[in-house]
Design a protein around this ligand. Structure first.
Ligand code: CA
Length: 221
């Protein structure tokens, strides 16, 4: 998933970003409300983790402005305060979940997975396309009984294509979902991952088709 972290506590932000990247997510981080509003306006985030206490405006204002301009991305609020009022206010303004600091990073990750699934209207962590099965909880992908040995980017590309199986996914959309904005990647990073993926997909199962000049399509086979 492409995730935006809005958190001004640098060590905490670093640990969240590292954990989520290690799990295969494409993560961007900003430390103030203005930057969050700017990035969320241009990038296709599947989820936003939003701290309440920010230097320029509080997280409630960011949340309110995002919702008022029609941004439907699931938002998980982080609050250092123990006040029930804050949590109710966040939920009333359209937050989807909240966590009180301090928290265990693993719990944050589990909630992020749950929110990501809810967004897709899919309550189960498994996605099936023909003989391909992707499990978002375990990070495994199988064709039939065969477990695919995928690097995390390959998995993310496959997940992005499988989510829209049978539809053309523009290359720019794939790139935006798989890589964060501050990740130094070459212009052909998507092609490289597609080539590797094709080599790993067994005969007879789903195939990745190139739609010249547009993008890619996962054919269920
Ligand atoms: Ca803060």
């Amino acid at each position: 998933m492409r995730i935006l972290i809005v958190e001004d506590d640098a060590p905490l932000a670093r640990s969240i970003v590292a954990l989520l990247r290690a799990s295969g997510h494409a993560v961007d981080h900003v430390d103030c409300g203005e930057d969050a509003l700017m990035l969320a306006g241009g990038e296709p985030y599947a989820l936003i983790v939003l701290d309440v206490g920010l230097p320029d405006m509080d997280g409630f204002e960011v949340l309110d402005r995002l919702r008022k301009r029609g941004d439907r991305a699931p938002i998980l609020m982080l609050t250092a305060r123990d006040a029930l009022d804050d949590r109710i206010r966040g939920l009333d303004l359209g937050a989807d979940d909240y966590m009180r600091k301090p928290f265990e990073p693993q719990e944050l990750e589990a909630r992020i997975r749950a929110l990501g699934r809810r967004r897709g209207g899919d309550p189960t962590p498994e996605l099936t396309v023909g003989t391909l099965t992707i499990n978002r909880s375990t990070g495994e992908a199988r064709v039939g009984e065969d477990l695919l040995d995928l690097r995390r980017r390959e998995w993310a590309v496959l997940d992005a294509l499988a989510t829209r199986a049978g539809q053309i996914v523009p290359k720019e959309i794939l790139h935006a979902e798989v890589f964060g904005i501050d990740e130094p990647v070459g212009g052909n990073a998507i092609e490289v991952n597609i080539t590797r993926l094709r080599a790993k997909l067994p005969e007879g199962g789903p195939t990745i088709r190139t739609v010249r000049g547009v993008g890619y399509l996962l054919d269920p086979g």
